[in-house]
Each structure stands twice: as structure tokens, then as C-alpha cells.
Design a protein around this ligand. Structure first.
Ligand code: YXS
Length: 257
């Protein structure tokens, strides 16, 4: 079963999330398919990659597959977690990756989307980062991604409320580059990819990589990292995290007493 579908059109490639029965939840298997699809695109020297879902979905992606979140005192967003591997694969991909978003985006899928180089959305797109609903202590790199995308107060509102940011506001606060009518989303995004693909791929690749390196340069000393990890360990080894996952799996509201 391919959890991503790949297509090459002119000078760009399209990767379509393909796990609709689970609302494109980002299981390890789906992420590994995504990484394989990116490698396929790189081998075929496509100039831009579009990451999309089928136009018939209401949900672009429901985020990390909750059934795969560890419940044995392991960091749910550790460096080697497939979600993190997928995010880094997009960030390091040597060409622009454009997220084309029709539908709702949840949790770790928000992190995937904002780590694409551009987001083109339609009026159905919404963005909700949801660790607070599950008792998940989001990770430093994930928080850094949001802080490099939206102002601090917006990032805090997103993390504290876990509520979706609707399309108009998503464009206003800078999550979305362009908001276009639903019927025009595909043509607009594909035309933009074709346009970028006609420019120098070498120049664009080196500018993307510089932006990643410079954008990630946060001077933090090792003791501070250890402090952060200690804070997070207390949460993912605590009662709230276990209650959050159990409640989701039992399809009931969590009780974070
Ligand atoms: O009951 P079945 O087997 O049909 O499966 C249901 C859902 O359990 C499944 N599903 C998921 N499975 C694993 N992980 C998920 N994240 C997930 N989301 C959904 O898909 C089947 C259909 O779901 P259903 O009936 O709820 O569909 P719907 O159309 O009524 O509602 C769609 C959503 C997306 C609004 C709803 O499924 C939903 O709220 N999903 C959870 C969104 C969410 O909270 N995601 C955060 C995941 S945790 C994460 O990303 C990070 C670790 S963090 O927490 O830090 O952000």
C-alpha cells in the first residue's frame, strides 16, 4: 500500500498523501513513503515538489498517528521519530517544497506544512497545533519552526488553545503565502511551481539551504538543552500525557486533573 502517490508534470513533481481512511494521519509507514517519494523526485531532478492531499478530502492531514505515539516513557517527538525524519527531509530537500492545502491540518501535520517552503491554501484550509489536547510536551525544534513562521504571541495562542487558525487569519499572520479560491488552488499552485522551476535550480537550492542554516542558528548552551529535556521528560513521563493518549484511543474527552 503506497501511503503517498507521486507524479511528475513538466518540470515539477506532485506527492499526494494517500491514507484517507485515517485522515492522512502521519504513521511511520506514511512518512517513510513520503521520504522515498522525495528521494524519487530528487533522482528525477524535478525542480519543485508539491505536497498535497486529494481534492476530495475535508482533512489534509490529522497529524501524528496517535496510535504510534509511545506510552512507555519515551519522548514522543524524539529526534528519530518518523515525523521528525519527515520534517527534516523536507527542510533539507534541495529544491522548493510547496504545501498545497485544501482541508484541515492538525498537530504534527502543521509542523510538516510550515516546514514546506511555501503554503498555498484555499478557504477550507485551517491549522491547529494540538499537543495541549494530548498532554504532549512539544519539542524545541518544533517550537522553533513555529517561532520562525509566526509572531511569538500567535505561536503561543496556537499552542495554548490548540484551536484551528482559519484560512483568512492564516494568511494574515503569515502561515499561508497565498489564499486562493478552491477551484483555482491546483492551477495556481501548479503554475507557481512551473514558474519557479524555470529559474536556476542551483541558485535556488543554495538559497534554500542557507535560509535553513541561518534560520536554525539559535545560540543555546548545552546546560540549557539539558534543562529543556528535563522539563519535557517530566511531562511525557507524567499523568497528563498518558491520559491524553488513552482518552484519544478510547474516543473520550481527557481529564487533565
Ligand atoms: O475509528 P477509525 O478506525 O475509523 O479511525 C478514525 C480515527 O481514529 C482516525 N484518526 C487518527 N488515527 C490516528 N492518529 C490521528 N491523528 C488520527 N486522526 C483520525 O481516522 C479515522 C477517522 O477519524 P474521524 O472519524 O475522527 O474523522 P472525522 O472526519 O470525523 O474527523 C477528522 C478529524 C481530523 C477532525 C478528527 O479525526 C481529529 O480530530 N483527529 C485528531 C486530530 C489531532 O488532534 N491530531 C493530533 C495528533 S498528535 C500530533 O500530531 C502531535 C504529537 S501533537 O499532539 O504534539 O500535535
Amino acid at each position: 500500500m503506497a501511503y503517498t502517490l507521486t507524479e511528475i508534470i513538466d518540470n515539477f513533481g506532485v506527492i499526494t498523501l494517500n491514507r484517507e481512511d485515517k485522515r492522512n494521519a502521519l504513521s511511520g509507514a506514511l512518512i517513510y513513503d513520503l521520504i522515498n517519494s522525495l528521494e524519487f523526485m530528487e533522482r528525477n531532478k524535478v525542480r519543485v515538489v508539491i505536497l498535497r492531499a486529494s481534492s476530495r478530502v475535508k482533512c489534509w492531514s490529522a497529524g501524528h498517528d496517535v496510535a504510534e505515539l509511545p506510552t512507555t516513557n519515551v519522548d514522543p517527538l524524539r529526534y528519530s521519530d518518523p515525523l521528525e525524519l519527515g520534517i527534516r527531509a523536507i527542510r533539507k530537500y534541495p529544491a522548493p517544497v510547496i504545501a498545497m492545502i485544501h482541508g484541515t491540518v492538525w498537530g504534527g501535520a502543521c509542523d510538516i506544512a510550515i516546514n514546506c517552503d511555501l503554503i498555498i491554501g484555499d478557504p477550507t484550509c485551517t491549522f491547529a497545533i494540538t499537543p495541549a489536547k494530548l498532554g504532549v510536551p512539544y519539542n524545541p525544534s518544533g517550537i522553533m519552526h513555529f517561532l520562525s513562521r509566526v509572531p511569538l504571541n500567535i505561536a503561543k495562542e496556537m499552542f495554548f488553545t490548540a484551536l484551528p487558525i482559519e484560512a483568512e487569519r492564516a494568511e494574515r499572520v503569515g502561515i499561508v503565502n497565498h489564499l486562493v479560491p478552491e477551484a483555482e488552488l491546483e492551477k495556481f499552485t501548479y503554475d507557481l511551481a512551473r514558474h519557479i522551476g524555470n529559474h536556476s535550480s542551483e541558485s535556488i537550492a543554495v538559497m534554500k539551504e542557507q535560509a535553513r542554516i541561518i534560520g536554525d542558528s539559535f545560540p543555546i548552551n548545552p546546560e540549557t538543552w539539558e534543562y529543556i529535556q528535563e522539563l519535557r521528560r517530566k511531562v511525557y513521563q507524567g499523568k497528563h500525557y498518558y491520559e491524553g493518549i488513552s482518552a484519544f484511543m478510547e474516543k473520550r474527552k481527557p481529564n487533565f486533573e
